[in-house]
Design a protein around this ligand. Sequence first.
Ligand code: NAP
Length: 495
Amino acid sequence: MQSFRAPLASPLFRQTPSFPFMHASEQNQVFAIIDQHATRAHEASAAWAHSSPTVRSGVLRALADALDARANELAVMADEETGLGIPRLTGEIARTSFQLRGFADEVVAGVPYVQVDDEAIPGPPPSGRPRLTRVMVPIGPVAVFAASNFPFAFSVLGGDTASALAAGCPVIVKPHGGHPRLSIEVAKIAAEVLRAQGVEEGVFSMLDCDMSRDANIHLVKHPLIAGVAFTGSYQGGVALWRAANEREIPIPFFGELGSINPVVVLPAALHDDPVAPAKVLAASMLQGCGQFCTSPGVIVVVDDQRGREFVSALGDSLAGQATHRMLSEGIRNGFEDAVARIKANANIEVVLEGNEAGAGPAPRLFQTTGAAFIADASLHEEMFGPAAVVVMVPSVDAIPDVLSAVKGSLTVTIWGGDQDNHENREIVRVAQNIGGRVLFSGVPTGVAVTRAQQHGGPWPASTDPKTTSVGYAALQRFLRPVALQDAPEWLLQRA
Ligand code: NAP
């Protein structure tokens, strides 16, 4: 009844040599398997698009229940592969099932089925008009590229999968190679749930995590794939975004690529105590060993006595802190390369470069001036790990230009902006120009799943700044409006 095939029985789940070492015959075999998945997803599209709220929400809730039922065992498996720790992973499973149930609630509330009806008005235009009913149509099969850093919440049954299923689109997951065993286990759970729910074949399936880069491109370019959701690196995201746009018929590509998440620490935030905010920020930088897409990477501080005390306290709070191992050797190497590039920049001063105290890298803190940061785009690159650049500015007036230089970011945090004055208004205006979420207290790490949430932002934070990949608005990515003009009543009842 459903599309998922036991992974170990599929040729895709054999260890396949990676590009560029894959032989043409193996490559063709992989392409053929992608074709099968896409065909099955396409065949399931119409029925799933027309599935009732009861059926669709029932599947989402059953997936949530199945994850919760196996939470302890899955957290252990995820920890073995990612090193993220049991408490964090247990919390992430709870968030993932919460989000599946939340999308089920949206389905029951009728969000994906919403209609806007304009009654006919007799007479000539412009006031006279036919009856128009705007309906939302699921776009069709969606390829989901799972992320490395959230093995549940942004992976096989994460937000992209949940939102696409809620919208009425079948999903084909390309799992991340950082947690292959876990991905296979979660996909098996999904397959059992869908089978038990009697869902049409092809609604959910998963490919191999190690298919070759060419195969990833083949998936995105497959004529039966109608949209792509991606979380990962700028380079990987851009390669796949290009592929989506180079197709004979381009398709929507919803990529979350990279973000440096500026934190603006205004003098008002340091007036009473510069040390406590520094400790809070250090804890945020260290969360998940800095492998959060919302990790604070740029800290903007006014160069006065309190500002300097804050930077010193931030260095002290980070110094000697043990971090856990990073998600993969590739990510660790990428972090060390990024840190080395920043350190080698002539305009950078090292605030902290400690020794490793755990299995992960030592936290790093660098400092530069506002003028240097604005002039040098290489200082805006993401260091995916526990590191940040402090940008010292001579006065609050200089902050908007520093933020403008960042261009696109998932978040901008402003501490101490409570007063309504010209400077604060300017900072908030620019923060809204570059950021998807603007925070006035707390830290950017941790993204609540709600209706109002926005997890995106101008390029390079996301490839489509009008959309979000977290929160219930995420399902709108996979719906397309159609206006029905003078539609017969039977169709409107069914739509
Ligand atoms: P990644 O390298 O971008 O990989 C993500 C997915 O894209 C994988 O399935 C990968 O397939 C595929 N891919 C990557 N490059 C491709 C290409 N040129 N052509 C076709 N497919 C491609 O991301 P990652 O492995 O998670 O982490 C690497 C870096 O990404 C990190 O160091 C960090 O800088 C960044 N990152 C950012 C965020 C964020 O939210 N901002 C989150 C995670 C990671 P394969 O399995 O074939 O490699």
